[in-house]
Design a binder for this molecule. Structure first.
Ligand SMILES: [Zn+2]
Length: 561
């Protein structure tokens, strides 16, 4: 069968019998996890998630992995393994399936249920292959074997990938809670069996590699959550990710014990908890969860609301409650319980919400003042255990910013992995496993792909820079009527401003600078108006920066007189 042309930016060609690993997201950032495995012209993808924007990326909904290196190769893809149902592992799938909707999605029951519900919204009906821990599945030339892992969402899987090139083990996101709420622990015995067979390349979750010791058990949060329910005088509003089934189970149990009723608020929360309940990942005592409308007629001290927005997302229920634009109006003596992590980059938004609630007299319980959150990722102690059990030949840290990847690499080396065989790479770097040796082989495109409303990949770094300038400094449009022979102004410059102070004195001085600059090129042959526009923009920009410490977005329009 003819093969589609291999397209890669600068990677060397993959030797026959070799396996290539290309991370397209998640290495150098926390989010948009995606890794591509290539063997004998076929591709297997593990996860395809989104990254959430930070403050310097205004107007962006989510950020996707870069699919450029896969263009022209979609027919070679034999499947997408989804390790678990978090957005940073499945959120990019709808965009990927727009390229080829029938790529099989391989995952556990809850993961497939979450992604299928999401795809229905995008009007895509996926091809799914349901696997469980211990299952084997052949996807093209890749023999897959699934291992149970414990994480902050149920039904997580690590995946072992066998080809004649070697055995790879990818942990997905995981931790080693020894007393998990659902009793499903990370299967270290299975890790050990794979280790005995010989793991050539071990891809491990780096998120918490810098955190010493062991991640505490989810069960250890019960007293603090119970305390909130035992003492809150009025309504309790709990915010969490819409996928944190374990944490929500704990909240439901505490609410039930305290004799309260619960309603889920917000589309994604209602949808996901409906799925989790139907599949029995969420155990809800009869009569505990009621419709939001019914709950409103009950006394305040019987009410619990569970909503999204724990990361300060401006459109989510919690931040709209804080700013008073949500139908649920909070008041003094209500309690907000933020039962989830604080993703780096979201701090300002979250503290802003906490302050707004505090001003309303609402008590806010969060991970900063009570033990109401525990991470979903393995800390250094757990990672070291894994290295000692698996005894991999090569290690490639995944999932994390640079500092997390390096911390994880150090742990591998500490357990005796040869430092030359620990590959700390970033998104787009290709690693080839050939004759039992893993080496960096090149680089493919792996830029940030921005989703802005219905547009994908149209917003560029330049657009974001302009948006930030607009936000911070406003905008100035300069209209210059210029004599084409002399390059000198035929009329005084016109300044139109938005969000920048309209001060005659400032602009008079700026106009003088422009006159001087144009004086220096008087009579020169300039055929490109862009050049004149740039000269004027730069002159005014420098003047405002030097004298007023302001950097508005400046646009100049030159018109020949
Ligand atoms: Zn996760």
């Amino acid at each position: 069968m003819p093969r589609s042309p291999r397209k890669s930016t600068s990677s060397t060609s993959l030797p026959s019998g070799g396996l290539r690993v290309t991370p397209l997201g998640g290495l150098g950032e926390v989010g948009r996890n995606m890794t591509v495995f290539e063997y004998e012209g076929k591709l297997l993808i593990v996860d395809c998630g989104v990254l959430f924007p930070e403050e310097h990326q205004p107007g962006i909904d989510v950020i996707l992995p870069d699919f450029t290196s896969l263009q022209g190769r979609w027919d070679d893809v034999v499947g997408i393994v989804l390790t678990h149902g978090h957005e940073d592992h499945i959120g990019g799938v709808p965009y990927l399936l727009k390229e080829r909707p029938d790529i099989p999605l391989i995952g556990s029951q809850l993961t497939l249920a979450f992604i299928s519900a999401k795809l229905t919204e995008h009007k895509i009906s996926p091809t799914t292959i349901h696997v469980e821990a211990e299952d084997k599945h052949q996807a093209g030339p890749f023999e897959l074997e699934f291992v149970a892992v414990n994480h902050s969402i149920p039904d997580g899987l690590a995946v072992a990938i066998r080809t004649p090139a070697g055995l790879i083990l990818h942990t997905g996101d995981f931790k080693m809670d020894q007393f998990p709420l659902d009793g499903r622990i990370t299967d270290l015995r299975h890790f050990a069996r794979l280790g005995e067979e010989g793991v050539d390349l071990f891809l491990t979750d780096s998120t918490n590699a810098e955190v010493p010791g062991f991640t505490i058990s989810e069960r250890d949060l019960t007293p603090a959550i119970d305390q909130v329910f035992a003492t809150a005088p009025k309504r309790i509003i709990v915010s969490s990710f819409a996928s944190h089934v374990h944490r929500i189970q704990q909240v439901l149990d505490s609410a039930h014990a305290a004799g309260r009723k619960v309603a889920f608020v917000g589309r994604s929360m209602v949808k996901n908890m409906g799925i989790a309940r139907e599949l029995e990942y969420l155990k809800i005592p009869r009569g505990l969860v009621v419709d939001f409308k019914k709950l409103q007629s009950m006394p305040d001290n019987k009410i619990t609301l569970i909503c999204t927005g724990s990361q300060g997302e401006p459109m989510a229920a919690l931040s709209r409650m804080a700013s008073g634009t949500h139908q649920i109006k909070l008041s003094a003596d209500d309690t907000v319980l933020m039962a989830s992590s604080l993703i780096p980059g979201n701090e300002n938004a979250i503290y802003g919400i906490i302050n707004k609630f505090t001003d309303l007299g609402v008590k806010v319980v969060h991970k900063g003042n009570a033990k109401v959150h525990v991470s979903g990722h393995a800390s250094a102690g757990e990672l070291v255990y894994c290295y000692n059990i698996v005894k991999p030949t090569h290690v490639m840290p995944v999932h994390g910013e640079s500092k997390h990847l390096h911390a994880n690499a150090e742990l591998a080396v500490k357990t005796g992995v040869d430092p030359k065989r620990v590959l700390v790479v970033k998104d787009g770097t290709t690693v080839d496993l050939v004759n039992g040796q893993a080496k960096v082989s090149g680089q493919v495109e792996a830029g940030l792909v921005y989703v802005d409303g219905h547009t994908v990949g149209k917003v560029t770094e330049e657009t974001l820079k302009e948006r930030t300038l607009l936000q911070e400094g406003g905008a100035i449009t300069i209209v210059a009527l210029v004599d084409p022979d002399s390059n000198q102004l035929a009329e005084p410059l016109e300044f139109v401003t938005k969000g920048f102070i309209q001060d005659k004195q400032i602009f008079h001085a700026a106009a003088e600078k422009v006159k001087t600059a144009l004086g220096k090129i008087a009579g020169q042959d300039i055929d490109d108006l862009d050049e004149l526009e740039k000269l004027i923009t730069d002159t005014v920009g420098r003047h405002l920066e030097r004298n007023y410490r302001r950097s508005p977005l400046i646009t100049t329009v030159v018109v020949d007189a």
